[in-house]
Design a binder for this molecule. Structure first.
Ligand code: NDP
Length: 481
């Protein structure tokens, strides 16, 4: 049961402890039991991490792209080989069912490392011909030392989604996991070393928000990549701005799913289930505002109720369990609070609503209106709000009436409408007839308050490099005097 790591931090190629930092108890959400203790990074640990990252970055950037890529590809293989143990650890860290973590977490991290490992040798500049034989060439240079700050819902995946493009481009990374889920990233750091990364290239330091804030404002950090909530994003973005640091902000959402009368009902119900209840609803891109056209609403709800009978709750380590607890008691309380506000606000509780330990049953509200709190705020728990609409224009207008813009989906059998609606939805990622698939090949990120920049895909290269232009003159210099 105990999952005590060798030490709290992984810095300069080795585990590092400093028990004078604030003590952080690590709780297994499946039982509420304490499974480890780590200590928040002290200024000395932060210094060691940033200084070793700066050293390692120079060595690493001097390698060829192919050489860097080989290390990432090896790390991907090591993660795949260790998938079972890493998945069990992910379940201890987050409480997500093993049934999910076996296929979604370490595997997704390995895919990111393999993808960017393959891409590393192709990160090149341009040749730009000019008049009279002059020309410009550009190079994509690393930014330097990057800080990654993670949320608690996907600790392995977030560490890898940030490390893979950052390292492929020749940067070093200092990663701070959420204080709720400190264990997984340490294993990724071990694996990076085993794969051949120089000591200090990928450091992990623990801490609460204040350690993240220190990283965001330290002048030795050249870029900050945050996965977190919009309020934290605003703070980190503004302190990064003071130093003109680069940023990637992957923030929250309240994404809409538009289900039209002509939709394949099984696909629509499946999409709504995936987009609300996977990882017990703790997914940034979740489609928590489900707009169902009036003609299909009764059939949709009937089928949803039927399929919710397939939910299996229990110990997340039991592979038969397909629905786990919230990450923490506090998060369970927050979600419970939203359920109470949903009922007080006049919505109808159609399914769920109960709590057992840290687990909140999959909850569906109907008769939800746009002005209700449960239709406006990100809950980050298994709470689906079902709203209805009549026309495409109305559905789109209401779907877009939010400060967020992470994701959106449309379910329809009408090909033209699918593309038209996807084009009009204000979101960084849109799905047609599916939900929440985020392959590494596709850019991922938000518009509006949901973020800045993109993770994954070739697009991420732009966010982990800076471009240098070199002007080469073929003739003499034509000065006026
Ligand atoms: P938070 O925003 O609370 O925390 C995110 C990270 O930032 C944590 O590591 C946290 O540390 C740290 N942090 C907190 N305050 C500061 C600060 N002032 N300066 C620097 N760092 C700080 O998010 P949660 O962990 O609660 O995660 C849930 C949120 O993440 C949701 O809003 C969700 O939508 C979003 N998210 C977005 C994703 C995306 O890709 N767009 C993916 C996954 C989640 P600590 O935890 O130790 O306080």
């Amino acid at each position: 049961m105990m999952q005590q790591p060798i030490a709290s931090h992984f810095v300069d190629g080795a585990y590092l402890e400093d028990t004078s930092g604030t003590k952080i108890d690590v709780i297994y959400p499946g039982t509420g039991a304490k499974i480890a203790t780590v200590y928040s990074a002290t200024p000395a640990v932060i210094d060691a991490a940033l200084n070793s990252a700066a050293r390692a970055q120079k060595t690493w950037a001097a390698l060829s792209g192919t050489q860097r890529g080989q290390v990432l590809l090896r790390a991907a293989e090591l993660i795949r080989a260790d998938n079972y143990a890493l998945s069990v650890l992910e379940t201890y860290d987050t409480g997500k069912p093993l049934q999910e973590t076996l296929v979604a977490d370490a595997t997704s991290g390995a895919e990111a490392l393999a993808y960017f490992g393959g891409l590393a040798a192709s990160i090149t500049g341009e040749y730009i011909p000019l008049a009279d034989g002059d020309f410009v060439y550009t190079s994509r240079e690393p930014i330097g030392v990057c800080a990654g700050i993670g949320a608690w819902n996907y600790p392995t995946q977030i560490a890898c989604w940030k490390a893979a493009p950052a390292l492929a481009c020749g940067n070093a990374l200092v990663f701070k996991p959420s204080e709720m889920t400190p264990l997984c990233a340490l294993k990724i750091a071990e694996i990076m070393m085993e794969a051949g990364a120089p000591a200090g290239l990928f450091n992990v330091i623990q801490g609460l928000g204040d350690v993240g804030a220190t990283l965001a404002s330290d002048s030795r950090v050249d870029k900050v990549s945050l996965t977190g909530s919009v309020p934290t994003g605003r703070k980190v973005y503004s302190s990064a701005a003071a130093h003109m640091k680069h940023v990637t902000m992957e923030l929250g959402g309240k994404s809409p799913i538009l289900i039209f009368d002509d939709a394949d009902i099984e696909a629509a119900v499946g999409g709504a289930i995936l987009g609300n209840f996977y990882s017990s609803g703790q997914v940034c891109s979740n489609g928590t505002r489900v707009f169902v056209q009036k003609g299909i609403k009764d059939a949709f709800l009937a089928r949803l109720k039927e399929r919710l009978k397939g939910v299996v709750m229990g110990d997340p380590l039991d592979e038969a369990v397909n629905f786990g607890p919230m990450v923490s008691e506090r998060q369970a309380e927050i979600v419970e609070g939203y359920i109470a506000r949903g009922m007080a606000g006049g919505a109808t509780l159609f399914a769920g609503g109960s709590r057992n330990g840290f687990t909140i049953a999959p909850t569906v509200f109907t008769d939800v209106t746009d002005d209700m709190v449960i239709a406006k705020e990100e809950i980050f728990g298994p709470v689906m709000a079902v709203l209805d609409f009549e026309t495409e224009e109305e559905g789109l207008r209401r779907a877009n009436a939010t400060e967020f813009g992470l994701s959106a989906a449309v379910f329809t059998r009408d090909l033209a409408r699918g593309h038209r609606v996807a084009a009009a939805l204000e979101a960084g990622t849109c799905w047609i007839n599916t939900y929440n698939l985020a392959p590494v090949e596709a850019p991922f990120g938000g518009v509006k308050a949901s973020g800045v920049g993109r993770e994954n895909s070739k697009e991420a290269i732009h966010h982990y490099t800076q471009v240098k232009s070199v002007y080469v003159a073929a003739g003499g210099v034509d000065a006026p005097y």
